[in-house]
Structures are given as C-alpha cells and as structure tokens.
Design a protein around this ligand. Structure first.
Ligand code: AMP
Ligand code: GLY
Length: 414
C-alpha cells in the first residue's frame, strides 16, 4: 500500500524507517520530509498544517495509511479532516489532542480523574496571577497555555523575573493570546512513557529519557532535546506498572469518559518524585527525539500497529532487548540564533542509524537546514556500550557548524 507521513524531522525519519521495513508498504510519501527522508520516501512540498492539500494529496495518490508526526498538524485538525473523508489516518482528533494543545484541559482532566500531577491554578488576568505568585514561595512554574514549541515554560528564580514573565505571557502576548497555568515545583528524574492508545486499550512502548539542556552535565539553555536513550534502569518494574495503570490507562479512560476518545500515541512526560510518579505534561504524538531511540527497538511491524489502532483490533507488540543511545547534532548557537547551509560530510562512513532532523539537499550535497540537524542512534548490549559507540560514530561526521553532547544516558551510566 501507499503511505503518507506528515512532518519532516528526525521523528518522521524514524517512523518512515520503520514503515520502510514493512512488507505491506510499497511506496512512502512524506510531507514535507527532508534530505534524509528522501532516501526512503518521495518528499512533497506540502506544509504539515495545510490540511486541505494533505487530504487532496491522499485522495489523488491512493494513500491507504497516513501517519501524523507533529502536534501542529493534529491541532490544525488533520485527523478530523481525513476521517471526514473516510481516509485512514493514525493520530488523535483535534479534540483528543487537547491533552497536549491545552494545558488547562490536561490539568483539569488530571484533577477530575485523580491522575497524579503537580498542583496548579489557571489565570487569564495578569493582576490575579501576579497576586497569587507573590503569595507563594519560589521556585514556582509558569506555563503559557498553548503550543509554544517547548519555550512556554519558565521557572523564575526571582520574583522580579516572575513578574516580567507573567507580563510577557498575559499582557504582552509574547507567546500568543492565552492563559497561564501556575504550578507547584516538583523534583526528580524525568522520563517519557509513550503508549499506542486505541480508546481504552493502552499498549506501552519501551521507556526513554530525553536530554533537554544544550550542553554536557545538563548545562546551558533548554532545547527541544539533545539526545535520548532507552531503556531506563532507574525506573523499576513497580514504577512502570504504577505509571501504566494510574497515569496512562487512567488518562485513556478519562478521555473516553469525556467524549473525546484517544487514538494514536499518548506521550506521558513523567517525573519520579519523592512522592511518587507524577505527570509533567502529556503530548498527543510520538516524542522527538525519544522516537528515534524507541522505534529502532521495535521488532513488530509498525504498519500492523498503526492499522490495529485505526481499525480498533487487538495487537501484540514485540521489543528488542538491546539498549539504544542516540545523539543530536545541532547547529552552533541553537536553541538561540544559528546559521544554516553548512555542508555535512562523511555520513557514508557512519556505522549507525542516522536520522535527519533538519537537512536539505543542494547540488548533491547535504546541507544543515535547522537547529537540530542529525540524530545518530546505536543499539548495543548495554547503555554504556551504546553510548561509547554512538560517540565514536558521531565523531566521524564532518561539518563546520555542528555541536553535540557526549554524555547522553549519564543518569543510567555511573
Ligand atoms: P513542559 O513543557 O510542561 O514539559 O515543561 C518543560 C520542562 O519544565 C519540563 O521538562 C520540566 O523539566 C520542567 N517542569 C515543568 N513543570 C514542572 C513542575 N511542575 N515542576 C518542576 N519542573 C517542571
Ligand atoms: N521530547 C519531548 C517532546 O517530544 O515534546
């Protein structure tokens, strides 16, 4: 069958890599894709939020399965539109995707169904928010309510910073015109629990951990993620069972009860606090870069999984026991200002899986084309071995404008 993947980053490259191994798939299209994806799929210059053109494309190209990568496409209602045209698509509706697109929706749902998360209050008025913060002790967490591409969370260190952040969020509309969720500050290691969800059926994936800070030792600014690994030795079987039952399954059930059943990947951004496992955030899609270390561990045919979720049939999922470590190569200056268009060499010398996050092809050369540019994944018998090998492989890649972390998985390798 013909399949279409919406998006053009490392996550979509990993999804397409998995689809390309399926006997059921004859042709893959990507919209818009990137230079790495172009080796496995035909890339179409259609924006991930251009719902009408995506529907028309799927119709005209006899697409039997569409998979959605980015949250913006879900929030734009791409799944609703495909379903209205009886086109098969993997991902939640706009209504179910509110679990990610609206923090207020997510927090309210968790409170109503007793799903463990940090205590919170929602404000739309600057004065009330500022009065509330002044009555609390720092640290406190300020979250702009909307899709803010990872930049909508501020943990101010001083009251002055809290005041100016609230002004940016509620008076100056720096992120858009929305509300602010103010949360209790909780601590502990964070981890990502992705599940394939079909209404009240929840199929867990292997756990992974992202690395948000730009530099080694978890220093520097927050980014979209600088590396990931799987599995997580510090999360016990009991932790995982708790999170599965009381968080992932409970949330799937809650969404059914609220009349917006979820079908797709439900991503729990969780924290192991001294008071148990709590939710930091939910996403309505595969995590990036977690997907680039989790899907390489998938042994089942990913097409069977997508179809089972869409068609509401049961599925048994098998996983590789080996460990995966993956490293992001990002443009110097990322996540702030960076330049694009630098040539990347020696990719053919790398003995690892290379996913392209932000690249383009020009005159036969692969050029950097984004903040995060490449993701290199290595599978090995242990995390330590995978980390060592991933660092060796990354070192082979030549480019004048990339940097990366060398300590991915440090919390698990001591
Ligand atoms: P989010 O976009 O909600 O995932 O938040 C981004 C990051 O802010 C998270 O990965 C955490 O490191 C941090 N964070 C968010 N909420 C809290 C909280 N309630 N307590 C402590 N840290 C938090
Ligand atoms: N890795 C975090 C995310 O995908 O949002």
């Amino acid at each position: 069958m013909n399949v279409l993947v919406i998006g053009g980053g490392g996550r979509e490259h990993a999804i397409i890599d998995a689809l390309s191994k399926s006997k059921k798939v004859s042709k893959i299209y990507a919209a818009p894709g990137n230079a790495g994806i172009a080796q496995l799929a035909e890339c179409m210059p259609i924006k991930d939020t251009d719902v009408d053109n995506l529907v028309t494309f799927a119709y005209n190209h006899n697409i039997a399965l569409t998979v959605v990568g980015p949250e913006v496409a879900l929030a734009a209602g791409v799944v609703n539109a495909f379903e209205a045209h009886e086109l098969k698509i993997f991902g939640p509706t706009k209504e179910a995707a509110q679990i990610e697109s609206s923090k207020e929706f997510a927090k309210h749902l968790m409170q109503k169904y007793a799903i463990p998360t940090a205590a919170y209050k929602v404000f739309s008025d600057y004065k009330s928010a500022w009065n509330y913060v002044q009555a609390q002790s720092l640290p406190i967490v300020l979250k702009y309510d909307g899709l803010a591409a990872g930049k909508g969370v501020v943990i101010p260190e001083t009251l002055k910073e809290a005041e100016s952040t609230l002004k940016d969020m509620l008076l100056n509309d720096k992120f858009g015109h929305g509300k602010v969720v103010i949360e209790e500050f909780i601590t502990g290691p964070e981890f990502s629990f992705m599940c394939f969800v079909c209404r009240d059926k929840v199929y867990p994936m292997m756990l992974a951990q992202d690395h948000k800070r730009a530099f080694d030792g978890d220093k520097g600014p927050n980014t979209g993620g600088m590396g990931a690994y799987s599995p997580l030795p510090f999360i016990t079987k009991a932790d995982e069972e708790f999170a599965y039952k009381h968080i992932m399954q409970a949330t799937a059930n809650a969404l059914v009860a609220e009349g917006c059943p979820f079908k797709g990947v439900l991503y729990g951004g969780l924290m192991k606090t001294p008071n148990g496992i709590k939710v930091i955030e939910f996403n309505a899609r595969f995590g990036d870069p977690e997907t680039e270390v989790v899907l390489p561990r998938l042994q089942s045919d990913v097409t069977d999984i997508f179809q089972a979720i869409i068609n509401e049939t049961p599925i048994d999922i098998k996983w590789d026991k080996r460990s995966a470590v993956g490293i992001v190569m990002a443009s110097k200056g990322y996540p702030e200002n960076y330049e694009k268009g630098f040539e990347i060499k020696n990719l053919d010398k790398v003995h690892a899986t290379v996913y392209h996050m932000g690249t383009r092809m020009e005159n036969g050369k692969i050029l950097t084309n984004g903040g995060r540019v490449l993701f290199i994944t290595v599978l090995a018998e242990s995390l330590a071995e995978a980390q060592k090998k991933a660092n060796e492989e990354v070192a082979k890649i030549e480019c004048d404008n990339l940097f990366h972390r060398t300590d991915i998985a440090w919390q698990a390798i001591k």
